[in-house]
Design a protein around this ligand. Structure first.
Ligand code: ADP
Ligand code: MG
Length: 590
């Protein structure tokens, strides 16, 4: 028998290995971003064309590379990050296998420019299917600019296997989000087909979560923290009311590396037991810091899974940390036995009860379980209740504010004496309610003729955003948005609902997209109209600080009274508060 075993030529070995590391454009994005972070960059600018299929270009201000390293970086198993086997147990960098650049360069055209901060000249390297096409000095900024063009250009089967642009874009955004969230101290931008999708200045972890997940999460985050000798944990979980149906967003980072762990996820979910519906998922972002000798990151080629040497401890700790944080959110029963106690109880009670989520609309709890203390306060109104608070069930009181006396204070509050005391309106919440109901009404009436714009406005969106907006086109047009798609890239806005001509179209659509992304597809479908109404309410209502005259203040109150649910803003916050005479009398010991 003849000898038949042969060594594969390098370029074939590289292509095969590339299959493991580079599955799709998103894998390239991840590897490039991690390399930039490893290189100590504080700024990453990512540019994409065609969902990364045509171009993935990352510019960083990290260490850069000297001429030799710039060439070496594309060799398989070329890494600056480990030198000997024991280093494998002390890995603090994102990469360490020295495979990514070699793999990427095996299946794409790569153009890199890089310069060390102390060097005057940089190095330009062009590689195509692992072949170095050029390697020469160049003028470039300190740091590294790496462009990956035409991924899989030399493997048509792989290229054809890629999914549609919206799907590939979504994968990229997922990787981008993971890296950007793990590193709030680093600033990131992302442009897709020349449209800016993200611009994230360096900030705190909490702010970064909000930058990425949308402002709707901003009031819903609860910090968690625990330190033991074995592991440190810190991060944010969401209030039970903010848990979403279907797929939620969950992030674990171990030593700043995003990881997936069904086991640890279970620990968190367990802590929410009985507080959220079975099909709801809480958002969380939790950073674990642990000595690298206790973990093994080597078990998965793309490194999203790791092993702890004492997993059960991490599980137990995580569960107890989250449980504690969740428990602290539940209002305990209030003890009320004397007058002083009532006053103290009221001072200590948060101004808003924890809202429950019904769809995206929040209302105050109708059940009596968690709010017994509050209920007691209001039941015995004659006895002690000094102040009224809006609630979903209670209609707005027939307080008759003095038509002529309205006072505006502290940016957003409107005050007027009533026969029972002093009425205070939150004008922003009140106006949002008015706006919201107006839109909701118009959706069940015949279509609204739009007010044509003198200068049509072009609005650009990413493919992913377009797919979300497509589902809302009909409802938007019904209420008076005159939108004409151009391709898959955006809309020409030719007209607006007549009473919304002042709305900032760009900001409105951003708000709408943020709301649409909050919920899984199924839910969005049923709630399209509510979402649009909420976005209109938020974007077109009075902003804090706006000065109103007496007539306008009285008119706003009138409009609020005509609403179906005047007591709450569309996001479930109170619109009014009344300080009753009783309370004043008591306070002044009359
Ligand atoms: P690994 O990250 O596993 O070491 P890579 O193939 O991703 O392997 O990168 C090879 C080497 O190239 C890295 O170890 C690093 O020294 C260098 N390198 C890659 N990207 C950058 C960058 N953006 N800035 C500085 N050096 C880089
Ligand atoms: Mg790497």
């Amino acid at each position: 028998m003849s000898e038949i075993i042969r060594l594969l030529p390098d370029h074939i070995a590289n292509q095969i290995a590339a299959g493991e590391v580079v599955q799709r454009p998103a894998s390239v994005v991840k590897e490039l971003m991690e390399n930039a972070i490893d290189a100590g960059a504080t700024r990453l600018n990512l540019y994409l064309k065609d969902a990364g299929k045509a171009l993935i270009h990352l510019i960083d201000n990290g260490s850069g590379m000297g001429p030799r390293d710039a060439r070496m970086a594309f060799e398989r198993h070329a890494t600056s990050k480990i030198r000997e086997a024991t280093d494998l147990f002390a890995i603090r960098t994102m990469g360490f296998r020295g495979e990514a650049l070699a793999s990427i360069a095996a299946v794409a055209q790569v153009h890199m420019k890089t310069r060390l901060h102390d060097d005057e000249l940089g190095t330009e390297v062009m590689v195509e299917a692992n072949e170095i096409k050029s390697h020469q000095p160049c003028i470039t900024a300190a740091g590294t600019s790496l462009a990956v063009k035409n991924l899989f250009f030399n493997i048509p089967a792989r290229r054809n296997f890629l999914k549609s642009n919206p799907v590939e874009t979504r994968h990229i955004l997922q990787e981008f989000t993971r890296v950007a969230m793990a590193h709030p101290e680093v600033s990131f931008t992302l442009e897709h087909n020349s449209a800016e999708m993200y611009n994230l200045p360096a900030t705190t972890a909490q702010e970064r979560v909000v930058q990425l997940m949308g402002p709707s999460l901003s009031g819903q985050l609860v910090p968690v923290q625990e330190r033991t000798l074995y592991v440190q944990m810190q991060g944010f979980i969401c209030k039970p009311a903010a848990a979403r149906k279907g797929r939620g967003e969950q992030y674990f980072f171990v030593n700043d590396r995003f990881i997936k762990s069904g086991y640890l996820h279970h620990a968190v979910l367990n802590a929410y037991q009985d507080l959220i519906p079975d099909d709801a998922h809480p958002f969380y972002a939790i950073w674990l810091t642990i000595d690298p000798k206790h973990i093994d990151v080597n078990i998965h080629p793309t490194k999203t899974e790791i092993k702890f040497d004492d997993e059960a401890t991490v599980y137990a700790l995580l569960q107890s940390v989250v449980k504690k944080a969740v428990a602290a959110l539940l209002p305990g029963p209030l003890e009320i036995d004397d007058e002083e106690g009532v006053a103290a109880a009221i001072r200590n009670t948060p101004p808003e009860q924890e809202p429950l989520t019904i769809g995206h609309l929040r209302t105050f709890p109708a059940t009596k379980t968690s709010a017994e203390g509050w209920e007691k306060l209001f039941e015995s109104k004659s006895q002690a209740a000094p102040a009224s608070q809006a609630s979903a069930q209670e209609p707005i009181p027939l307080a008759e504010p003095d038509e002529a006396v309205w006072l505006q204070f502290n940016e957003r509050y409107l005050l007027s004496p009533t026969p029972d005391g002093l009425l205070i309106l939150d004008m922003v919440h009140a106006h949002q309610r008015v706006r919201y109901e107006a839109v909701m009404r118009s959706t069940v009436l015949p279509p609204v003729a739009s007010q044509q714009l003198l200068f049509p406005q072009s609005l650009r969106f990413t493919p992913e955003e377009m797919s979300l907006l497509k589902e809302m086109e009909q409802a938007l047009s019904h209420i008076g948005f005159d939108l004409h798609p151009f391709g898959n890239e955006g809309y020409m806005l030719q007209g607006l609902p007549p009473d919304l001509t002042q709305i900032g179209a760009q900001a409105f659509f951003e708000e709408l997209l943020a709301l649409a992304r909050e919920a899984p597809a199924q839910e969005v479908k049923n709630k399209i109209v509510e979402r649009i109404a909420l976005a209109v309410a938020r974007r077109s209502s009075i902003q804090p600080g706006k000065k109103l005259n007496t007539r306008e203040m009285a008119a706003l109150y009138e409009q609020l009274l005509r609403c179906e649910h005047p007591g709450l803003s569309p996001s479930g916050k109170p619109t009014w508060f009344q300080v009753e005479h009783d309370f004043l009398d008591r306070h002044f010991r009359r």
